[in-house]
Design a protein around this ligand. Structure first.
Ligand code: ZN
Length: 89
């Protein structure tokens, strides 16, 4: 099962507009960034970013923590993503 089965972000039409929660089917404004790294496919310094609304921050964080991928959760200020948003693999 792919980790991406559970998160949106593969839809290119979402573009670079508003920061929307990465939880599949959730269209809420994101207020958190979850930074993660998959040691199997990423170098240690690499950070992938998922966005989360208040309702799904815990869910997504738990999902990543369960798989040993989670690194950090930081607030998303003013709907702006501080780093490069990468949701592809
Ligand atoms: Zn959400």
């Amino acid at each position: 099962m792919s980790i991406f089965d559970f998160a949106a972000g593969t839809d290119p039409t979402m573009g670079e507009s508003a920061a929307v929660c990465s939880r599949k089917a959730c269209r809420s404004q994101a207020s958190w960034q979850l930074l993660w790294n998959n040691p199997k496919i990423h170098t240690p310094e690499r950070r992938k970013t998922w966005l989360a609304c208040g309702d799904h921050r815990e869910w997504l964080q738990d999902y990543l923590q369960t798989r040993g991928l989670w690194k950090e959760t930081v607030p998303l200020e003013d709907g702006r993503v501080s780093g490069a948003l990468e949701q592809d693999s």
